[in-house]
Design a protein around this ligand. Structure first.
Ligand code: URA
Length: 240
């Protein structure tokens, strides 16, 4: 692959921008400045440095973010900042999308990718990839409520009752809910249908991949192939 093509594929701008940056001496390949955009590079393990910042070549981008409250999962937010504003320009340029959405006030694990097939697998109810939430409720969590969530609650516009894959009380007002799909406001609607109200919602994990404890709200990191395997592990073999 030509160097300028590699740069373009990683989100460093148009071919013209990439060629200009190489000619300007701003690009290093595996630690050595390269000023010829037509240089052949091997994508395997390729380390590209632009203006001193190193980027490992990735055919597809897979990223995990700790979504903070108050950010919209939209490229065109209405009244609040976008989660995309928390990502660096090359990721935006290569067109990463949110893998499902979290509400404005929901915090926790949010994925981004530019791999359409991966996005489809992660959100398709047929794949049964668990999404695990911690919900804090306005009223005490009762056994009746937990049973309703386990056996199925009726939601408007849904033809059949929807049941959680798993549901457990964490303390008097909070519970952990595991869902196989991600319908619009699903956790809030299910908990409302079970007679309570969500006051705070946090996504703890997807599949067997938990939000890393050392990743602060608003921060992101790359996902490696072992992480992707954990994410795609179907319920009930998923453990976290
Ligand atoms: N369910 C909700 O109600 N909100 C979210 O943000 C995610 C799941």
């Amino acid at each position: 692959m030509k160097l300028c093509r590699a740069l373009q594929s990683q989100g460093f701008g148009s071919r013209r921008d990439c060629v200009a940056r190489v000619y300007a001496g701003a690009v290093a390949v595996n630690g050595v400045v390269c000023d010829d955009p037509e240089t052949e590079v091997d994508p395997a393990g390729l380390a590209l440095a632009l203006d001193g910042v190193t980027w490992t070549y990735r055919e597809k981008a897979y990223v995990l973010m700790h979504k903070p409250a108050g950010y919209e999962c939209s490229h065109h937010p209405s009244h609040h900042p976008s989660v995309f504003s928390l990502l660096p320009a090359p990721l935006l340029q290569r067109g990463v999308q949110c893998v499902g959405r979290l509400d404005l006030d929901t915090t926790g694990l949010l994925l981004f990718s530019d791999d359409g097939q991966f996005i489809h697998r992660m959100i398709s109810p047929k794949k049964g990839i668990a999404k695990i939430y911690r919900a804090t409720c306005a009223e005490p969590v009762t056994d009746v409520m937990l049973n309703a969530l386990r056996t199925g609650v009726s939601l408007n516009d849904e033809p059949a009752p929807i049941a959680a894959l798993a549901c457990e009380r964490l303390d008097s007002v909070s519970l952990r809910l595991t869902l196989a799909e991600g319908k619009y406001h699903q956790v809030k609607r299910m908990i409302a249908a079970a007679g309570n109200r969500v006051e705070a919602l946090h996504r703890e994990a997807i599949g067997s991949h938990a939000l890393p404890a050392d990743l602060s709200p608003g921060h992101w990191r790359w996902l490696e192939s072992a992480d992707l395997r954990q994410l795609e592990r179907p319920w009930p073999s998923a453990t976290f």
